[in-house]
Design a protein. Structure first.
Length: 69
């Protein structure tokens, strides 16, 4: 049995979703990577960022670069 906490992983996804939304960015397939969450080994679940189109990728790049300034 694993010791993952579904509420912690869900909360992390929702915090990331909200932070991205604050910058006008939506990653439709953002979520918990189920295979790593359900693993028998004591690994931490991964957050799947998913696929995005070029417009979203460019917006995400711009926000990250702006944060570096």
């Amino acid at each position: 049995m694993h010791d993952h906490h579904p509420t912690s992983a869900d909360a992390c996804v929702e915090e990331l979703r909200a932070a991205l939304a604050a910058h006008g960015i939506t990653l439709p397939s953002l979520g918990i990577d189920i295979p790593t969450f359900a693993a028998r080994y004591p690994t931490r679940p991964l957050i799947a960022l998913g696929n995005c189109n070029l417009l979203t990728a460019r917006a995400l790049t711009a926000v990250l670069r702006k944060g570096d300034a």
